[in-house]
Design a protein around this ligand. Sequence first.
Ligand SMILES: [Zn+2]
Length: 368
Amino acid sequence: MLELPKILDSHSHFCLKLLWKSCLDLGSCDNFSEIWEKLSHLKKGKLNLAVGYHNERFALDKRDLEKLPPLVIINYSLHGFTANREAIKLLNLNSIPPEQAMLDVWKYWAANEIEEDAQSFRERAVEQAKQWSDLGLYGACDMLSFALPIEFENFYLENYYPDLDKRKVKIFLDGSLGAKTAAFTRELLLYEDQQLYKILEESTEKELAIHAIGPLAIEQILNAIERLTQRSHKIRLEHCQFIDKTQALRAKGLNLILSMQPNFNRDSFTYKTWLGLELAIKNNPFRMLIDEVGFQPGKDLIFGSDNLPLGLAPALETALFGELEEQRLSLEELLKGYRADSGHGTTLYDIDYTKKRASLHKRREAKF
Ligand SMILES: [Zn+2]
């Protein structure tokens, strides 16, 4: 058993997790009839939002979807969705690029949730903060906040919004590995070079968290920042899983913060066939970043879970026992990157060095 300080999850989805609970979850459906059974109870005349859908396993017929009330079905990776015409009309989504439309769907959903019952939304948020704290977190950066800022007693939440008018802004440059939309080719970039440059130029004084997974998204943002004649923004690059050494040196020179997910070491195996081995092993090159380029965990290299899954235990496992040496981190590096602080309390973990497993220690209640 190991007692470790509580951590701050630098990239997580507090608000989405909360909103998720009021969506229709298709994640447990094993076949079409189960999906259709769930879709047969939709609310009429208002938006229905279904999540957890695996479009690589089930292909729903668009014509059947048209017979249903307004419905948006979101892919399990949270990138990519299907919507029927009723929903598109309701959300006014026609001319918006898909990733942006996705954010509008969540915004609409959050506004409705809060409008329906702000008090209960708040209560559920407090309850969720308590659950996250029990998982070993003293705080989290919410990377897609759509809701009212809520203050918690013993939990710190830092909100990043998908709106350019907010002070802390989240911007997406590409999609995800799960949806095969990470930018390994330029067509997958969500902004034109000039468009991105303009956004940066107009958002000095802001804190930007910029989602860039594929090498071309990383290249695009580095180019754009280097073009700026003056800069006062604080910029974090989210994920940057396929950053190479030349890009890392440029990022270091530009004082960028890399916000990465040790959990995602596993992507090298999950997406091996799609990426090809040569590319797959370039994912999350932590040793290069720390040993060769000088990034310092906790300072300009920070860690988060992206809720995949949440908590320190999965990251402990992949960081300490990961198969690729290039991705491994020491316990000290991992804790620093997770901005661990025992001032906020500690959490117990079980680490099995033989089986190479780490888990949250389950308290055995004393029985009388
Ligand atoms: Zn995320």
